[in-house]
Every structure is written in structure tokens, then in C-alpha cells.
Design a protein around this ligand. Structure first.
Ligand code: GLN
Length: 291
């Protein structure tokens, strides 16, 4: 596409982009995100610069980003990061893009850890860490924790390690399938995970932005979406301390099923199904004290 000579200013480029995105069925607010990235500005600064002229390079970069997103590439992969809990995390095609609901899992975990344990030097593990958001945020918010994070993919763990380095979080990394690589090494006070939980049959209903670009192994949890909860719960007795907290993010219809899986394995557990800010069931916490 050739440069449209009539576009010289920020607001004109934004108008072009909004219309382009609308025609492609994408969210128009991505235009602002892309422009902020191109100009290295925050939202407020951008608003104060609507009449600033764009040079050719700035406009072309912006235009390319908008075209890529129009084709379906998530804007977070285009700009290379997503914000989580007020920090920037690098993301790429090897990891899930962190979702705001997962911030609530982190907050809920911190609140319950503080309430349930007097000692704050706890051993915590994040299973299937992806970009590392859960593990890294827990460590940075509660520096006394000792945090371990696992993932099955080397390339994904590299993304998480890079984020930990940039953000200054000291984490122990373990590569492998779910809890398997941890068994026999140490036990944990707290296990947290946002596993893939979309039933595979729902793939066709997902937006192109999700289903064609985010890694399948980070999205889908088998026929009913519960495969990874079942496997993790089966393995939990091998890695939990006598008194432990488990926190899972879940799909909004999975609360009862995941609570039941936990109670089958740990009949004395105190299990809570917790809703997110949108009023949807989003987390299950279990406080487990074994005899
Ligand atoms: N723990 C990461 C996140 O919450 C990755 C989760 C996943 O890949 N399913 O973003």
C-alpha cells in the first residue's frame, strides 16, 4: 500500500487506522496502542500530540502494524509485549498472551497466602508458566517467596526467563510436563496454575486472532477442557506440603467440575469457586490440610 499523502498528522493516521480496522472486523482501539508504540508515548501524551506531524518512517511503521493486525496477528505479538499487573512482559508466538483475568488469580493467591500462612518464606510453584506472568508477579509482589516455574517448552521458558531478567525476579526454572519434573525433588506450600482450559470443540468459535496465532498447546485442554486439571490434581499429593494452597484459573463453566475433582482427591479440602470482575466463575482455590 502506498503512503496516502493526505495523512500527515497523528489524528489523520488514527482515523485511517480505525476505519481500516473496523472494515476488517477488528477492535478500533488497537490504533491507539500501535500509535503509542510507534511514537514511544503513553495515552495522555498521545492525546496531547494529535496534531503532531508524522514523518514517513513513523507512518509506514504504524501502517504496517495496522495491516498485520488487520490480517489477524495479535497486537501484542506485533508490539512485542503485554502489560500485566502494571509491568510490561515480552510476548511472542511461543507463549499465551496474558489476560487480565489472570491478574485476579495472582491477587487472590497473594491474599490467601497471607491469610493462611504465618511464614511468608513459602515455596510456590507456577505450573505452565508461559510468559512467566504469574511466577514473576508473585515474586515481585511478595519478595520473601521462593518461586519455581515450570513449562513443557524450552522456547516458552526462554520467554519467561527473559522477562524475569528484565524485571529483576529471581525464579527457579524447571522444564517438563506439569508436575512430573518436580516429583521427588521438593514440596510446595502453594501451587498455582492457569492451564489451557478451552475445550477443543470450541476452536472454531474463537477469533482468528486467537486460534491462528496463539500456541494451541497453551489454549486447549482436551475434549472437555479439564484434562490438565485432572492430571495436575492426580499428581498434587506428590508435591504438596502437609498444609497447602492450590489456585487454578478456570473457564467460566468449569467451577463445579474442578471443585469436584479437587474434593474427590482431597475430601477435607476447603474449596472456593471465585468470580472475576465480570462476574464469571474464574478461579478455584483449595486449602488442603492432609492428616
Ligand atoms: N501462565 C501463563 C499465563 O497465565 C500461561 C498460561 C497458558 O499458557 N495456558 O498467561
Amino acid at each position: 500500500m502506498k503512503r496516502n499523502e493526505s495523512i500527515r498528522k497523528v489524528f489523520e493516521a488514527l482515523n485511517w487506522a480505525r476505519q481500516f480496522l473496523r472494515e476488517k472486523g477488528r477492535e478500533e482501539n488497537v490504533a491507539h496502542i500501535a500509535m503509542e508504540f510507534c511514537l514511544g508515548m503513553g495515552r495522555t501524551e498521545l492525546l496531547a500530540n494529535m496534531h503532531r506531524p508524522l514523518n514517513a518512517t513513523e507512518f509506514e511503521t504504524f501502517q504496517q502494524m495496522i495491516i498485520q493486525h488487520g490480517e489477524g496477528v495479535p497486537i501484542q505479538y506485533v508490539i512485542g509485549y503485554e502489560e500485566f499487573y502494571g509491568r510490561k512482559f515480552h510476548v511472542n508466538e511461543h507463549c499465551l498472551i496474558p489476560r487480565p483475568e489472570t491478574e485476579e488469580l495472582v491477587l487472590g493467591t497473594i491474599t490467601r497466602m497471607k491469610k493462611s500462612f504465618s511464614n511468608q518464606a513459602l515455596e510456590v510453584v507456577d505450573i505452565g508458566t508461559g510468559s512467566g506472568v504469574i511466577a514473576i508477579t508473585l515474586k515481585l509482589e511478595v519478595p520473601t517467596l521462593h518461586v519455581t516455574a515450570t513449562d513443557i517448552s524450552t522456547k516458552t521458558l526462554d520467554v519467561a526467563k527473559n522477562n524475569a531478567r528484565t524485571l529483576g525476579a529471581n525464579i527457579e526454572w524447571v522444564e517438563g510436563d506439569l508436575l512430573t519434573p518436580l516429583i521427588g525433588s521438593k514440596r510446595f506450600d502453594c501451587v498455582v496454575s492457569n492451564p489451557p482450559y478451552i475445550p477443543i470443540g470450541e476452536k472454531e468459535n474463537l477469533s482468528v486472532i486467537v486460534k491462528n496465532y496463539e500456541p494451541e498447546r497453551a489454549l486447549f485442554g482436551g475434549t472437555d477442557g479439564l484434562v490438565y486439571y485432572r492430571k495436575m490434581i492426580e499428581q498434587l499429593p506428590n508435591i504438596l506440603k502437609r498444609k497447602a494452597l492450590v489456585g487454578f484459573e478456570i473457564g467460566h463453566t468449569q467451577g463445579d467440575a474442578v471443585a469436584k475433582l479437587l474434593l474427590n482427591k482431597f475430601p477435607n479440602a476447603k474449596v472456593e469457586i471465585v468470580k472475576d470482575l465480570n462476574g464469571k466463575q474464574r478461579m478455584v482455590f483449595a486449602f488442603i490440610e492432609s492428616m
